[in-house]
Design a protein around this ligand. Structure first.
Ligand SMILES: [Zn+2]
Length: 139
C-alpha cells in the first residue's frame, strides 16, 4: 500500500490530533497518514503544525521498507520519519518529497527546518527537495 501524507479540510469536528490530542475543527486543514492499527487501516490525523513538528531525519535501526516506494532500506541508511511515534512510517530520502508533496503545497517547509538535518551527509542532503527561495513570495 502506498502511503503518503494526505491533506484535506476536516469533514467534521470529530477527529482529534494524534500529537496534541486536541480536536481538529470542522473545515480546518489537517494532515493524515494511513496506518495499520488493530487489524485495519485507519488514518491518523494531525494538525498541520503538529505534523510539521513530527518530521525527523534518522537512520534505520535495521532493515526496513520505504512506505512510498516499497524499496528496501539498509541498516544505517538515512530516512525521513513521519510522526513515527504515532504512525510508524518512514521514507527513503529520495522519495521524501513525493511523500510530502501535498503537505508542502499547503505549508512550505525547508528540509533544513527538520530535526536531524545536520546529521545527514552532503550526498544525503542532495537527495532532498530544493526550495526555490527566489520564487517564494506571498501574494
Ligand atoms: Zn495537534
Amino acid at each position: 500500500m502506498v502511503k503518503k501524507v494526505k491533506v484535506e479540510k476536516a469533514k467534521s469536528d470529530k477527529s482529534s490530533c494524534k500529537k496534541c490530542q486536541k480536536k481538529i475543527s470542522f473545515d480546518e486543514l489537517r494532515a493524515g497518514v494511513d496506518c495499520w492499527m488493530g487489524g485495519r487501516t485507519v488514518t491518523a490525523w494531525l494538525h498541520m503544525k503538529c505534523m510539521s513538528e513530527c518530521f525527523k531525519f534518522d537512520r534505520c535501526k535495521g532493515k526496513g521498507k520505504c512506505k512510498l516506494s516499497g524499496d528496501t532500506m539498509e541498516k544505517g541508511e538515512a530516512r525521513l520519519e513521519l510522526a513515527r511515534e504515532y504512525t510508524g512510517i518512514f521514507f527513503k530520502l529520495k522519495h521524501s518529497h513525493s511523500a510530502l508533496a501535498d503537505f508542502l503545497k499547503e505549508k512550505a517547509m525547508k528540509p533544513q527546518a527538520i530535526k536531524g538535518y545536520s546529521e545527514l551527509s552532503p550526498e544525503e542532503k542532495s537527495q532532498l527537495w530544493k526550495t526555490a527561495k527566489a520564487h517564494f513570495r506571498r501574494a
